[in-house]
Design a protein around this ligand. Sequence first.
Ligand SMILES: [Zn+2]
Length: 243
Amino acid sequence: MDFSNLPDEQLTEEQLGAWGDDWQEPVDIPPPIPAGRYLLKISKIHEDRSNAFEYQGKSHLSVVLDFAVAEGPLANRSAETYAQLNSMPSFFGNRASDIGNLLNAAGLTQPPASLRAMHDTLVRMVASGTSFEGRVEWEGHCSACYERALLAATDALDIEAAKAAASMLGKEEKKRAYNEARKAGKKVSKMTQFPTAPNGNYIPFFACPQCEKEAAFGSEGIVQAKSVVIRRSFHRSTLKESF
Ligand SMILES: [Zn+2]
């Protein structure tokens, strides 16, 4: 972006929005929903982040979805954003794919005939608000701890070099390096309720206790809480939607 090319014309009221006497303090963001089982729906498909990809000579679909609560007092509240699901069946567990779990949970009995049909079904689910049962959990993540562990695992000096070094490792070593980093980054798992301040406002960030201990490293970490819909526990909805 060349900022010297930014238009220098007078901004209109339409471009500026509320200002001055019209301006009001932003309202508090409602606290995230508590962990638990919910009837969920897909609230958005991020088409720009979704694509088909090849793996071992076969085409697969990868979609990025937002989930929201389908009904009840928390209806339409966000459950997870930017969840990446793909159509590659897992070799473990129930041998279904993330998308397969979702479609089965939503009551789709006939498998989609093609990747296009699979995508069309997801689009119809958004349009009709098709619900399925899913579990929402919270976890707290510290990216400073994650990066520190990845640096240690790769003997690199900065994170870009660490990622480059990790990409050169063999399959198993690479897996081990990233697993160590993920383990170091995860500070809280299975958080049942979002942390709140004494005034009742929720706290999306808090200081990482590990980073405080390791202040000698010069990194100040924060733990960021985020929601995770546990995909493999999608359960068949009691609602029968027709596709
Ligand atoms: Zn940390």
